[in-house]
Design a protein around this ligand. Structure first.
Ligand code: ADP
Ligand code: F6P
Length: 351
């Protein structure tokens, strides 16, 4: 036991449901063991102490305040992307500021980018523990990231509502969900709603093939099929002159317009003759109250993070395997390659 007297906690990258619950758990565990807790504001920005007022960068966290926000969406500590933190001189400055505040270890709640920041701090001699706070579920070493379950539930709620309206009007729907590099939200949301077509960044796809499948569904009497598209699906799209199709139907498109969900819907309308509509779910997926699963995971992860630091164990990340919370070295976790559930993908798209 190395008996840390003061630790810090920060949230970084995109906000995720459950970040506040994790901060609360860290605060509860810290109070239980007589460790004081510093909340670092706006991701790694807070470690650089660039504000005129130190309270805008680092504040002593009061458990009662944190208890009040535990079930709230968003992150009380605020979050940000701090590009300066990529510079080694800024990482050194951060480590010095952290030491000056008497902070002996940090709990970093964020995604893979934030974990790289944590690795950098570890290299500067500040022990860090990572909690995987991101809705994307794009970290290979853990079955679930914090916020993913809530985001999927949010998509399922919304897609159900969209499907009800699609049914009323006999119109297909094209729904974009988040996931710049990872199709997990799209996959689970499609499976959870019976959506007929799912498009993800991990699997190559083509517009003519999607149009053909949609036409077959329509011909078979399904006039209100749902196409769920992950926002990063364009990376795996086969080349196709979709602008030509739009122009042939007298639709306005510029040569430098990138493909997007709205354009995809328009092209599908041209190719199938259906009245498809677009919905982009966007931030509704991130700003939700955490699900029971995410709140529970946040609690276990937050308590474990404090216990690890108290025991002198740093440079680790927390995850879930076989429904159990575990930890492993950050370097090893970041080296792992994420497996994609191709079986589920094929099941959805083959039906
Ligand atoms: P996420 O953590 O959700 O993946 P980002 O990729 O935007 O989100 O990363 C969040 C922040 O983590 C960045 O703004 C930056 O401050 C820090 N970060 C990302 N990559 C690195 C890196 N290679 N080295 C140091 N810090 C990094
Ligand atoms: O939180 C992850 C994520 O939702 C990605 O799926 C998405 O591409 C990105 O964040 C967008 O975040 P922002 O608009 O905050 O840059």
């Amino acid at each position: 036991m190395n008996n840390m007297r003061r630790i810090g906690v920060l949230t970084s990258g995109g906000d995720a449901p459950g970040m506040n619950a994790a901060v609360m758990a860290v605060a509860q565990a810290a109070r239980r063991h007589g460790v004081s807790l510093i909340g670092i504001k706006r991701g790694y920005n807070g470690t650089l102490c660039r504000s005129n007022n130190i309270a805008d960068d680092m504040v002593e966290l009061d458990l009662d305040t944190v208890l009040d926000i535990a079930d709230q969406p968003g992150t009380y500590l605020r979050t940000a992307r701090c590009l300066d933190f990529l510079k080694p001189e800024m990482q050194l400055r951060a480590a010095n500021n952290i030491r000056e505040m008497g902070v002996e270890g940090i709990v970093v709640i964020g995604g893979d980018g934030s974990y790289k920041g944590a690795q950098a701090l570890c290299r500067q001699g500040i022990p860090c523990i990572g909690i995987p706070g991101t809705i994307d579920n794009d970290l290979a070493y853990t079955e679930m990231t914090l916020g993913y379950d809530t985001a999927v539930n949010s998509c399922v709620d919304d897609i159900r509502a969209i499907r009800a309206t699609s049914r009323s009007h006999d119109r297909p729907a094209v729904v974009e969900v988040m996931g710049r590099h990872c199709g997990d939200i799209a996959l689970k949301a499609a499976a959870g709603t019976g959506a007929e077509i799912c498009i993800v960044p991990e699997v190559s796809w083509s517009i003519p093939d999607v149009a053909e499948r949609l036409s077959r569904l329509i011909a078979g009497g399904n006039l209100r099929a749902t196409v769920v598209v992950a926002e990063g699906a364009w990376d795996s799209m086969e080349p196709y002159d979709w602008r030509r199709v739009l122009r042939e139907h007298n639709m306005l498109v510029h040569d430098d317009d990138p493909i997007s969900t709205r354009f995809l819907t328009r092209v599908l309308r041209c190719l199938t003759g259906c009245e498809a509509r677009t919905t982009i779910l966007g931030y509704t997926q991130r700003g939700r109250q955490p699900s029971a699963y995410d709140s529970g995971f946040a609690f276990e992860a937050g308590v474990l993070a404090v216990n690890l630091l108290r025991n002198g164990i740093g440079n680790q990340v927390i995850g879930v395997k076989d429904s159990r919370v575990f930890f492993m070295p950050i370097d090893e976790a970041l080296r792992q390659k994420r497996p994609f559930n191709l079986n589920l993908y094929n099941t959805i798209n083959d039906l």
